[in-house]
Design a protein around this ligand. Structure first.
Ligand SMILES: [Zn+2]
Length: 96
């Protein structure tokens, strides 16, 4: 029986990220990380403009962005070291 070739083609490796019970294919390209959900084919682009972490998921759009905090996708990528943020300057620096 001939072995079926994956359509992914010449990718040297594939990274799968699991958040909760959802698995995503992770594609790291210049300037962005793209997550493709296995279950429903959802796609989220995670970018780091100006030292913030933005995501195209609805949760980030509704809550994360207004509240200035990363969504679960961004937090997962940060926790794995796939995204590094520049040191946030301490706003509460005591002054003499
Ligand atoms: Zn997200």
């Amino acid at each position: 029986m001939p072995k079926q070739r994956h359509e992914a083609g010449d990718e040297p490796a594939r990274l799968t990220l699991t958040i909760g019970s959802t698995a995503y294919d992770v594609r790291i390209t210049r300037g962005r990380i793209v997550l493709h959900g296995h279950d429903r084919g959802q796609r989220y682009d995670v970018t780091t403009p100006d030292g913030a972490v933005e995501c195209t998921c609805p949760d980030y759009g509704h809550r994360g962005k207004p509240e200035g905090r990363p969504c679960k996708h961004a937090r997962a990528l940060i926790s794995l070291g796939l995204i590094t943020l520049p040191e946030a300057p301490d706003a509460e620096e005591p002054q003499d």
